[in-house]
Design a protein around this ligand. Structure first.
Ligand code: SF4
Length: 314
């Protein structure tokens, strides 16, 4: 029987993410992410729409954390990521029970989605699964706005890092995601992930990744320069051998209608320009998402399975 009143001392003076709010998450005065000391998990479900090596044939057990340490105006998960929304969090016991149920159905990968502000809770969940004899492949799926100190503490917990490296241009990060110094901080985080995993992606006989790093990048409408400079930076400062997952699934939702330039889907010529850069830079490992997949990725967290009926493709 799990004790629901878990005590996480790091939350008394919270520096779990680069915002360094120093807030006491056991008090009513919360920090930027408006997150407290509960599990933080709002949904646990099978998802088949990640990169082929992540989802495999059977899908991945995704564990979605609520609220976020960034606030992207175009976030597709806005139902759960908006820090002003009152969310109902699952109990730890319920989270662990749901994960085990999915693992027993034959899914052996567990992905933590938006975990950057709930790392102590995530580690607790991983430890409890281990205590019960479950050691699936653990995937850390973040916005890359991660604390290097926290990432170092994950070295023996996480098998695959799956950061979305969003911005080269800090002005865009401030404008669209209410986040300062994104590029410098995300670079430090991704360099730490790279230090831990390097550029090789270990794939098993079933075609499922077991260890490594995949850098995602979502291309935004009207902002191809941001994507091109970011890819050039990765090639020159991290590695051309790292796996890149280029995403075209942008769909104007949440508050994107306030920004006319991103209040539309990505154009074919915009996406091709970025793909050409990827090829020119000689990245040769990774995935390019189909351009027509944008609506297929919109989840609905009111459903028990937010991705039900979605046709997903990379
Ligand atoms: S996790 Fe939340 S409270 Fe803690 S530093 Fe980050 S934004 Fe602030």
């Amino acid at each position: 029987m799990l004790n629901e009143k878990q005590y996480f001392p790091e939350l008394l003076n919270c520096k779990i993410c680069p915002r360094n709010c120093s807030s006491n998450r056991y008090s009513g005065k919360l920090g930027f992410c408006k997150s407290g000391s509960d599990s933080g998990v709002v949904s646990v479900c099978i998802h088949k729409g990640e990169e082929p090596v992540i989802s495999g044939q059977k899908g991945i057990c995704n564990v979605f954390f609520g609220h976020c340490n960034m606030q992207c105006v175009y976030c597709q998960n806005f139902q759960i990521s908006n820090n002003n929304n009152n969310l109902i969090f699952l109990s730890f016991a319920n989270v662990i029970e749901k994960i085990i149920e999915i693992i027993k159905s034959g899914v052996n990968s567990v992905g933590f989605v938006s975990p950057s502000h709930f790392i102590p809770q995530m580690k607790y969940i991983i430890n409890e699964l281990g205590n019960k004899g479950f050691k699936p492949i653990f995937i850390y799926n973040s916005n890359a706005y991660d604390s290097v100190v926290q990432l170092k503490s994950l070295e023996n917990y996480i098998d695959i890092y799956l950061p979305d490296f969003k911005y080269f241009d800090n002005k865009l990060a401030e404008k669209y995601s209410d986040t300062k110094n994104y590029f410098e901080l995300a670079t430090l985080a991704i360099k730490e992930m790279y230090r831990q995993k390097g550029s090789s992606l270990v794939i098993n006989d079933e075609g499922v990744a077991e260890s490594g790093l995949i850098i995602r990048h979502l291309v935004l409408p009207d902002n191809t320069e941001n994507s091109i400079k970011l890819l050039e930076f990765i090639a020159e400062n991290i590695s051309r051998k790292v796996s890149i997952s280029l995403m075209s699934q942008y769909f104007p939702c949440n508050k994107s209608s306030y920004y006319f330039e991103i209040n539309r889907k990505l154009l074919k010529q915009e996406y091709e320009k970025v793909i050409n850069t990827l090829e020119k830079l000689e990245f040769n490992k990774g995935w390019i998402q189909n351009l027509n997949s944008s609506e297929n990725y919109l989840p609905n967290f009111i459903e028990a399975n937010p991705f039900k009926k979605k046709k997903l493709s990379f």
